[in-house]
Design a protein around this ligand. Sequence first.
Ligand code: SPV
Ligand code: MN
Length: 616
Amino acid sequence: MQFSEKDKTKLKKLNNKRVKELIDFTIDLCKPEKVTVINDSKEDIKYVRDLAIKKGEEKVLKMKGHTYHFDGYHDQARDKKNTKYLVEEDLDLGLDINTVDRDQGLDEIFSYLEGSMKGKEMLVSFFSLGPNNSDFSLPAMQITDSSYVTHSEDILYRQGYQDFKNLDKEDDFFFFLHSAGQLKDGVSANIDKRRIYIDLKEDKVYSVNNQYAGNSLGLKKLAFRLAIRKAVKEGWLAEHMFISGVNGPDDRKTYFTGAFPSSCGKTSTAMIPGHTIVGDDIAYLKVKGDDIKAVNVENGAFGIIRDVNPDDDPIIYKTLTSPRELIFSNVLIKDGKPYWLKMGKELPKEGVNFSGKWYKGKKDKEGNQIPAAHKNARYTIKISDLENCDQNYDAKEGVNIRGIIFGGRDSDTSVPVAETLSWQHGVFIASSLESETTSATLDKQGERKHNPMANLDFLSVPFKDYINNYLKFGQKALNQPSIFTVNYFLKDEETKDYLNGMLDKKIWMLWMEKRVHGEVEAIESPIGYLPYYEDLRKLFSKYLNFDYTKLSYVKQFSIRIEKYLEKFIRMREIFDSIPNLPEQFELELNQQVKRLKEARKKYSDSKISPFKLRNY
Ligand code: SPV
Ligand code: MN
């Protein structure tokens, strides 16, 4: 095995017993041909990128700095089924979260990792989840045999070799071990043996026989799961949230975080024209003094490329079509150029994609048409490559959060925007988040999926503990942020047309911004505070030059009592199955239903116009 003196010296300088033990353990288990240690130097980072190209994990495109990578045909998304928590007898996570007995799980995954790096180069690297030298941040170590994985992490996270030299506690860091396993035509061959096992006891994650970033990059969703548990233990929040700066009147900047299940408008909310972006996927929130502050855990974006076109996403489109370091994954390649679905121009009729050589009409073994590019094809860029990157995106002290937004997708119940009545009510409403499945997913259309805080896939503690922590967290800050809910997908009951335009979300954001500064009053309703018509009309006129009518307002903001009651019956059923939920939470559910029923009685109607509610 090759392990150069130079690389050994890099390790020695860290003088960390746990780091050394983990490397020895991995060498022993995975049996790599060569070990390379990556530090924060430009030279080492370039080495990784060059290696990805040399090994063929990435190929170069015509545009300077651009490369592309393919994951296996059946390795195009997070593998929920084979992602499991290793648990000892006494831990029941509930909510159908996958677990496996710790000893049994370790045996299984070690058997797949055994010899998995034979003939391959093992890369060891160090990162900081969150800004370097920040109170928020967590150190993390990654070992992988995939240079694409390390290259992606070099773009998406802050380098942390220096931070590892000064750890507070030398063994307190997350560890990720990944092997793509045996490769065939450059992709993981044994997809049936793909496993992602999370060891909560030792803050480690093992991942094998896969390449898709959501499965393979330890720093992304695997670290996020460990972080949620740590946050609950220590009294802060690790959330599936973007962070965005809203530009209000007189150059006032107000920061919001937002959590949305996929396909509910998260990226478009984070990228509203005229506002700035701190982060697009994961945030850590802590109470600092009287305030709640947040940092972007990441330093880049692993974004869905489908639908990115010059009209809808001008900033991202420009970034993706100009020279810079950038990895495309699972797009269509033709003559050294990348193509993706709905990019605003005609796609070639043939090329190379995640299925190999591709031509229009090509079918897979099951007889399904293979699209030109995968609908979950992605781009990997640095957040600072975006024109709207916020100037405080890397601030060690984080940014001051004044509002937290939760957005679901439902066609028939929730109003477009509302402020919840209190922190506790907000936590309850966020726990009741649902998204309707669309034709773009494999699930039955129109089915509602419960996804508390858009975090269901990542919960690593029993739900009751997660909620308890949330409830307490808000009480600790004097300047408590307001919790808002949004729904961009409400439809007219008769015509079934969407009741809102794509740009309306900008108005909701600006209303929320004014609201947290106490500049607009609101109507108290059974489900939260609603905007006044006059305030929205002014905002629509000023920012979108649009004449917002009373009729639109009434259709959008009438409370559909029966639908809301149905929603909370669904929630009652779910929450009843979870033992020991906090009393406060139960109370919110009961009061929510009571308020709706009282309003129905008071107005003798199942749908109540906001104009009537003004006197509620
Ligand atoms: C998500 O699915 O929420 C993502 C991409 O951000 S993944 O890396 O797959 O988690
Ligand atoms: Mn995400």
